[in-house]
Structures are given as structure tokens and as C-alpha cells.
Design a binder for this molecule. Structure first.
Ligand SMILES: Cc1cc2nc3c(=O)[nH]c(=O)nc-3n(C[C@H](O)[C@H](O)[C@H](O)COP(=O)(O)O)c2cc1C
Length: 328
């Protein structure tokens, strides 16, 4: 961390609140691929090149989605502190490492803002990889989760039974591919399993192994983790595909913001979500997912949603001090 105290607009506590919120965002394999620069009232969310996944995410799409999610969390925390915010994606052609620039505007400490109300969910939200109960999510709740994604330029498309059936065979094909890709498995072993203090997904957060084929992603695929239990899973969970209109860095960043707005909204209703992205990560299979959502919509993430039968273990985070590069 480099700190220069030249008349900083924000206090040390405020910077801590903002960056801790950003760092609580989800990211693929909990790589936390972000760094931050704070310049007066401007906060830049930057890509950390040492935290990318070249084998599993060669285009950088999933990494970008994580940066978008962190930027959304920053805006939520800023709203709680009373700041209006505006943002720019890829704001500086000379600094391609800056993914999102957030401008803090006027401060109204006592004004309630709709996204500020999500602050209480930031540190409650977790990816839940266990079985779901059969209780249906009310339509009004699903509508709010869907509307949250739309606010950020994303669209959540809930699959009907026929589409879920088709997706099932695509997921199965992806699971088979995963087991035979040494580069991906080697890369993953840096991040998944065991005990983890600051990054990655510890064994405790992997959830139980399904006792029969299930629509859930087993992140430990390829190696045995003796710490895991097994459990029966629901047979036909609710599944949504998050799409955006563009399939470039801007579209991926918007997907991350839409993801996080909908995840925090889901958390506020105790709806648990996990990811089935294996089918999106392989180009050949992504085109099958594309067919499910039609032309003009790019599939970015596949989400499984419902009420959890158990609890999700916490994944660790780095201290916010370790993510702040410059403060001036
Ligand atoms: C872009 C993206 C892709 C992800 N893909 C998967 C996935 O395919 N399978 C999975 O189990 N979790 C996936 N996750 C969830 C991360 O593993 C999780 O966010 C991270 O471990 C931090 O844990 P938390 O969400 O409980 O805070 C993904 C998250 C993001 C943001």
C-alpha cells in the first residue's frame, strides 16, 4: 500500500469501509483479481495481473465479471456513507488496467438510497453449493432479483423445464471436459481446497459431493478431498442465465455489476445462489447455451437459485490494506 496524505477527502475509516465492501465481492475461485487507487474523490478498480486464470479464463471474461461485482459493492458502500456516485467503464485508453472509475459526488449523509440499503447484505452473501429445499421462491421475489440485474444492464433469463433439460446435457459434457484438461486442473489446484487464510476456496466451502448426478458444479473435480461429506441434491433446481447485450470488456463488467446487484437482492430474501459456469467456459459449449437465450443476448453466467437446506462456509479475503495501491 502506498499512502500519501495530501489533503485526502476520505478518512482512513471511510477508505476501509469502501475497500472492505469491494473486497467482499465474489470472484471466480476467490482470486480477488482487484487492486484500487484512490485519488481525492475518484476510486479506480484495477485488474491485478497476478490474479488471473489463463487456463480456465483465457479471455479474461470471468475476471472482468469479478471486477464489475467489486465496483458494484463499492457503490453500495459509498451510498451508505451518503455519497452519490457515477462511474465509467474502461475510462482511460492509456491505462487499460483500470476497469472501472467511480466518482464520488455530493454527500447527503441522511438520504436513504435504494442500493445503500443493500449494504447490510454485503458481508452476509455467500456462494452456497449445497442442496436446496423444494420450497418455491415467490414470483414477486424472483421479479425483484431480475429487476436488480436489469438496473445494471444485465438480463436474468429463468429457464423453463425444457431448457433446463437441454442445459443438463451441456453441463454433463462440460464436467467430462474438465476432468481431462491438465492445464485447468493444475491452475485450479492453486486456488481450490484445503485450508485457506486469504484467498481461494477452502474445502469447507465446496459443499457436499452429490450422491447422484446433480446440477451443481464440483469445484474439486479432478482430485479427492477427504474433508467433504456427500448428500442428495434436488433434481430440478431453478436456473437462470445472466446475459448482456455486448460480449466485450464493457459487457462483462456490466455482467459483474448485474450479478452483484441481483445476488445482494437475493440474499436480502435468504435466497441462495451458486454457479454452473462450466458450460460457459468452453467456447464449444457456450454456443449451446447461447441457443437457449437466442440471438442478441450473450450468456455470461449460469446461476442456480433456491432456499438452502444448510449453511455456506465463509471464504477468506485479503485485508483491504493489501489491495490499496495508491491513496492521494
Ligand atoms: C465470475 C464468477 C464465476 C464463478 N464461477 C463459479 C463456478 O463456476 N462454480 C462455483 O462453484 N463458484 C463460482 N463462483 C463463485 C466463487 O467461487 C466465489 O464467489 C468465491 O469463492 C468467493 O466466495 P463467496 O462468493 O462465498 O464470497 C464464481 C464467481 C464469479 C464472480
Amino acid at each position: 500500500m502506498v499512502i500519501q496524505h495530501d489533503n485526502p477527502l476520505l478518512s482512513h475509516d471511510e477508505v476501509g469501509i469502501l475497500l472492505s465492501a469491494a473486497g467482499a465481492a465474489p470472484s471466480m475461485h476467490n482470486t480477488q483479481p482487484w487492486r484500487f487507487e484512490v485519488t481525492g474523490s475518484v476510486i479506480d478498480v484495477l485488474l491485478d495481473e497476478d490474479r488471473t486464470l489463463p487456463a480456465e479464463d483465457p479471455s479474461g471474461r470471468m475476471t472482468r465479471i469479478g471486477l464489475g461485482a467489486a465496483a458494484f459493492n463499492l457503490r453500495v458502500a459509498a451510498a451508505t456513507l451518503g455519497y452519490e456516485t457515477t462511474l465509467a467503464i474502461d475510462p482511460d485508453p492509456d491505462r487499460p488496467d483500470i476497469a472501472v472509475r467511480i466518482f464520488l459526488g455530493a454527500r447527503h449523509p441522511s438520504r436513504n438510497s435504494p442500493i445503500g440499503a443493500l449494504y447490510s447484505q454485503l458481508h452476509r452473501r455467500r456462494t452456497y453449493r449445497g442442496p436446496l429445499v423444494t420450497t418455491q421462491i415467490p414470483a414477486t421475489v424472483l421479479d425483484q432479483i431480475t429487476a436488480a440485474a436489469r438496473c445494471e444492464g444485465g438480463e436474468l433469463r429463468w429457464l423453463d423445464a425444457a431448457a433446463r433439460y437441454k442445459l443438463g446435457s451441456t453441463l454433463q459434457a462440460a464436467d467430462d471436459l474438465e476432468l481431462h484438461n491438465e492445464d485447468r486442473l493444475t491452475e485450479r489446484s492453486r486456488w481450490i481446497g484445503g485450508d485457506r487464510a486469504h484467498e481461494g476456496v477452502p474445502s469447507a466451502a465446496l459443499g457436499p459431493l452429490p450422491t447422484q448426478p446433480a446440477a451443481v458444479r464440483d469445484l474439486s473435480a479432478g482430485y479427492d478431498d477427504p474433508a467433504r461429506d456427500s448428500s442428495a441434491f434436488e433434481t430440478d433446481p431453478l436456473i437462470a442465465i445472466l446475459t448482456t447485450g455486448a460480449d466485450d470488456q464493457v459487457g462483462w463488467t456490466r455482467a459483474g455489476m448485474a450479478l452483484q446487484h441481483s445476488l445482494l437482492t437475493a440474499t436480502s430474501y435468504d435466497v441462495a445462489v451458486s454457479f454452473l459456469n462450466q458450460a460457459i467456459e468452453y467456447a464449444v459449449l457456450r454456443s449451446q447455451v447461447h441457443e437457449l437465450v437466442g440471438h442478441g443476448a450473450w450468456p455470461q453466467l449460469i446461476l442456480r437459485a433456491g432456499y438452502p437446506a444448510g449453511s455456506a462456509a465463509e471464504t477468506p479475503r485479503r485485508s483491504w490494506h493489501d489491495t490499496l495501491d495508491i491513496w492521494q
